[in-house]
Design a protein around this ligand. Structure first.
Ligand code: FEO
Length: 397
């Protein structure tokens, strides 16, 4: 059921404790998620966004109870990916004439996804919707944050509230609505994972949009995203984080990522990480097996790292499925200003290291050397070479 947030705003979304993957299986959501929908009330009432389709019945039933479907005067769709628009068809069956406010691309997506002919009102940046009683909503287009239809909606009342949809969100289920009630490390890990895996590729647009909004000098007491917790205490904190994350973010971290068939590449990875640690004791070094670690957690580690070292055994003249898939995902996410190198064991043809190097270059990493490869199982001399390789890698950064 709904939860009152401020004088004019009520949360009416769905907390999804069960969700373990999102975007099909592209993104892991270890801590569930929520689909935040909001009611904004002046003399008229607007509903902002809906919830994912599997929850459509309870969502519409809740609205029937409060405020009553006949009390919804406007529907505003900030973004029409199915996690936010999935309940729209069920809702609009009940209130077919209510105007639906969205961007031009939003209308195209609703028509394309649901084949619905609704009472569309297409809006652009700066357009407003007056709900009466001094309550005014202003629309701000935010294309490619992260879909072409995305927009934010700003409420002038209650100190200023920015409804930012996916922006500033986290996949994090919690009964408490607000970020200031959360475990801070969980909250920021999930916010960062969300940014790294969904928004990083659009970082130039993130920076430009945030600067444009800051330039509007709007009062801001709350940022209310459509996933996870709402930023009520110092909402500027997540804006500042986004500006940092969008600017080729990196920490003093190096991640060693490998796949292995018979442990040779794993032993190389461990020695390389030891060499890195010896040469740079202050650097956090993490070692991750790409075939067993969660791919989105690895990508989050890459996002945080200043450099990565990636290894695969040679398999059928190329590299493992896990390494190829991971580096292709990294390519799509367009990480910037990160150094890299490759390694791997082999039995005869030995292309793996070279293939990884090629993938790293294609994904935009600055590859600092030709990598290191070891034939068959590494003996002590080979392991020592890997440790030395780790030390030398640090010198090349
Ligand atoms: Fe949360 Fe892009 O949908």
């Amino acid at each position: 059921m709904g939860k009152k947030m401020t004088e004019h705003v009520e949360w009416t979304g769905k907390i999804d404790w069960e969700l373990k993957t999102f975007h099909g299986h592209e993104l892991s959501t270890h801590r569930g998620s929520s689909y935040n929908s909001y009611l904004v009330k002046g003399e008229k009432t607007a509903l902002l966004d809906t919830v994912w389709g599997p929850y459509r019945k309870e969502f519409v039933d809740n609205l029937q109870v409060s405020p009553g479907l006949d009390k919804i005067d406007y529907v505003i769709m900030n973004h029409n990916e199915p996690d936010h628009s999935g309940s729209l068809p069920e809702l609009m069956k009940k209130i077919p004439d209510v105007p639906v406010y969205c961007t031009a691309n939003g209308e195209k997506i609703i028509r394309g996804e649901y084949h619905l002919d609704l009472n569309f009102h297409v809006v652009k940046t700066g357009d407003t919707l007056d709900l009466g009683d001094g309550v005014v909503l202003t629309f701000i287009e935010a294309p490619m944050l992260h879909w072409p239809d995305t927009m934010f909606t700003y409420l002038n009342a209650d100190g200023g509230i920015l409804f930012s949809n996916d922006g500033f969100g986290q996949h994090l289920a919690a009964n408490e609505l607000y970020a200031d009630t959360a475990d801070e490390s969980e909250l920021y890990y999930e916010a960062m994972k969300y940014y790294a895996n969904i928004l990083n590729t659009y970082s130039p647009m993130v920076t430009a949009k945030i600067k444009a909004i800051l330039g509007m000098n709007l009062p801001l007491s709350i940022i209310a995203p459509s996933h996870g917790l709402i930023w009520r205490k110092d909402p500027q904190q997540i804006v500042n984080k986004y500006l940092e994350w969008a600017d080729a973010y990196q920490e003093d971290r190096i991640t060693v990522i490998y796949d292995t068939m018979w442990n040779s590449t794993r032993r190389m990875a461990e020695c390389i990480s030891e060499g890195i640690g010896e040469a740079s004791p202050g650097t956090t070094v993490k070692v991750m097996d790409a075939s067993v670690a969660d791919k989105n957690d690895i990508l989050t580690e890459i996002f945080r790292s200043k450099a990565i070292v990636v290894g695969s055994p040679t398999i059928n003249n190329t590299v493992s499925y896990a390494i190829a898939g991971l580096l292709d995902m990294a390519k799509g996410l367009k990480f910037k200003k990160k150094k890299a190198a490759a390694f791997g064991s082999y039995g005869w043809s030995g292309e793996g290291c070279k293939v990884v190097t090629g993938f790293l270059k294609e994904a935009g990493f600055d590859v600092v050397n030709d990598g290191i490869r070891v034939m068959w199982a590494p003996d002590q001399a080979a392991l020592d070479s890997c440790t030395e390789f780790g030390r030398e890698f640090v010198k090349a950064l």
